[in-house]
Design a protein around this ligand. Structure first.
Ligand SMILES: NC(=O)c1ccc[n+]([C@@H]2O[C@H](COP(=O)([O-])OP(=O)(O)OC[C@H]3O[C@@H](n4cnc5c(N)ncnc54)[C@H](O)[C@@H]3O)[C@@H](O)[C@H]2O)c1
Length: 256
């Protein structure tokens, strides 16, 4: 029970394929008490239903649309009211308008660029700042990134740029929050067939090539990402901050 007595907030679950849900299940298995976030009324019911499958009933299921600053503040107030403090925050959310993931990056529109960076990158900074007052000593913050931050994945486009900024944010936040004992890390997950991933043109080709080239000759499972998130939230990783950990069946080590 690596997360016994730890309260961890996970933003956002959309459905059973969400990486956030895989993380919730792994953390639940390790005894964590969870707060689950959902984006809007469209996903609320699904998340409440999924929450019933957990061994430990969640502390709360909260709305969190990161484009609404008031709602981020409300999350902080809800946590303060219900439990006082939390020991971990998982940021597993991203968005880019579909058009920006279909055409060449050269044609990314200003509005689409700003939306992708606001929702996928700035939201980590906003959530970390809003929740700092309710983070316990030695709390852990984990976000989700992808290899398209470093190398060109045709079709990933502005999301690659957003992930590059996210990974840099992890390092700057690790520096800012380190003196308070708070750690900030990212998991670079291999491709997983989720709603967000299917928005990337050519995603099925990415999955196929990944299987052929990765040293383990398969794609990664949500559970494997979830188990790594457990490690990063647990005291076993107490010396690790500002890092990007690959959970990608080894794909990133290959040159060809
Ligand atoms: N699936 C992959 O192949 C893969 C690989 C590496 C990293 N990731 C990252 O993992 C994270 C989770 O994505 P996923 O693949 O589980 O897909 P998903 O579609 O299940 O999850 C995306 C989540 O983002 C939320 N979201 C979108 N706009 C939002 C907003 N304005 N406010 C709050 N929440 C919002 C959605 O509600 C959803 O819960 C993302 O950061 C994604 O980039 C995914």
């Amino acid at each position: 029970m690596l997360l016994q007595d730890k309260r961890i907030a996970i933003f956002n679950v959309a459905n059973k394929r969400s990486i956030a849900w895989s993380i919730a299940k792994s953390m639940d298995d390790q005894g964590a008490q969870l707060i689950l976030g959902y984006q809007n009324e469209r996903t609320k019911g699904a998340v409440e239903d999924l929450a019933k499958e957990l061994a430990h009933a969640p502390i709360a299921v909260l709305p969190c649309d990161v484009s609404l600053p008031d709602q981020i503040e409300q999350v902080q107030e809800s946590i303060r009211e219900k439990v006082g403090t939390i020991h971990g925050l998982v940021h597993s959310l991203a968005f880019a308008p579909r058009e920006s993931l279909q055409n060449a990056y050269l044609f990314t529109e200003r509005e689409h660029f700003l939306t992708a960076l606001e929702i996928s990158t700035y939201s980590l900074v906003a959530l970390a700042r809003a929740l700092t007052p309710v983070l316990s000593d030695k709390a852990s913050i984990t976000t989700l990134t992808y290899y398209g931050a470093e190398k060109v994945m045709p079709g990933y486009n502005v999301m690659g740029v957003a992930k590059a900024a996210l990974e840099a944010s992890v390092r700057y936040l690790a520096h800012d929050l380190g003196p308070a004992g708070v750690r900030v890390n990212a998991i670079s997950a291999g491709p997983i067939n989720t709603v967000a991933a299917r928005g990337v043109s050519g995603f099925l080709d990415i999955l196929e090539v990944h299987e052929q080239r990765a040293p383990l000759k398969r794609t990664v499972e949500g559970r494997e990402v979830g188990d790594t998130a457990v490690f990063l939230a647990s005291d076993l990783s107490s010396g690790i901050t500002g890092e990007v950990l690959y959970v990608d069946t080894g794909y990133n080590i290959m040159g060809f």
